[in-house]
Design a protein around this ligand. Sequence first.
Ligand SMILES: [Zn+2]
Length: 84
Amino acid sequence: MAIRGPIEGVAPDGAITHSTLTCPECGHAESLEMPPNSCQFYHECSGCHALLKPKTGDCCVFCSYGDVPCPPQQLAGKSCCARD
Ligand SMILES: [Zn+2]
């Protein structure tokens, strides 16, 4: 069973809530908190201020550029935006 408890960076349902996003434009990496039940489509790089958008087929910038996919992806194993 999943370990329950106040683990930093992990939501009660077991999802990792932080992802390190690496900018494809400048390579700047930053650790960001992800919204637990939704995806984040846009992110402005704090390094070069490029507006990052998901790659084709990905639901959010974390799935495209983060080291951890978004929580809905972690838990459901599918896109949080897909409606199939
Ligand atoms: Zn950048």
